[in-house]
Design a protein around this ligand. Structure first.
Ligand code: ITT
Length: 196
């Protein structure tokens, strides 16, 4: 069986390929002749992810899935959320996305530092739509630490840890990450459905 992962991100593709161990043929957008960036214009992870999956399904008629992720900071009413990739740009802030989160928290008196990373995967399997979610709870620290990972990793310490996601080996992050948890739910579903 063939399944398209609607992403151009090579590391996401290799991560899922490693998990399903060749039992299912997974290809990415470029391998299916789609080179444009599919927009993510909505206000929920679910809508953005399903929009990407429907775009591919309507174009090619092949079962596919797409994901959308972000960081939700409790004291910032869930921001940056679906705007995680372009938080600073959207707010005309001259620093980085990470700096804007720290700046906003710094403007509040004694804020909660609680935050979570979220991933939603939208799957269209033989025309039927499904969602899978994964999240990891943690806290935002006062100043960035660590050089590995990407995005908000240097300011996020998962619950029960003393290091940020950017201070540990990537294998350690992947073992508990939001994206892995959503992927696990997808893989469990495909297994139960007899596809794996
Ligand atoms: P594609 O849509 O092309 O797959 P993207 O960069 O938009 O890539 P996501 O939708 O998964 O990736 O994530 C949106 C943003 O959320 C991302 O640019 C980061 O700023 C942040 N983010 C998501 N997952 C993260 C993680 O594991 N560590 C740190 N930041 C993350």
């Amino acid at each position: 069986m063939k399944l398209i992962f609607a992403t151009s991100n090579r590391s996401k593709i290799s991560e899922i390929r490693a998990r399903i161990d060749g039992k299912l043929e997974i290809t990415d957008l470029a391998e299916n002749g789609i080179n444009e960036d599919i927009p993510e214009p909505f206000f929920t992870f679910e809508e953005n992810a399903m929009h990407k999956a429907r775009y591919v399904y309507n174009k090619l008629g092949i079962s596919c899935f797409a994901d959308d992720s972000g960081l939700e900071v409790a004291a910032l009413n869930g921001e940056p959320g679906v705007f995680s990739a372009r938080y600073a740009q959207k707010n005309d802030f001259s620093g980085s996305n990470t700096e804007l989160v720290l700046h906003r928290l710094g403007q509040l008196a004694n804020p909660s530092r609680a935050a979570r990373f979220v991933t939603v995967i939208a799957l269209i399997l033989n025309g039927k739509e499904h969602f899978f979610r994964g999240s990891v709870e943690g806290n935002i620290i006062e100043a960035p630490k660590g050089n590995s990972g990407f995005g908000y990793d240097p300011i996020f310490v998962p619950e029960g840890w003393s290091e940020t996601f950017a201070e540990v080996d990537q294998k350690k992050k992947i073992a508990i990450s939001h994206r892995s948890r959503a992927m696990n739910n997808l893989v469990d579903f495909l297994t139960l459905d007899g596809k794996l």
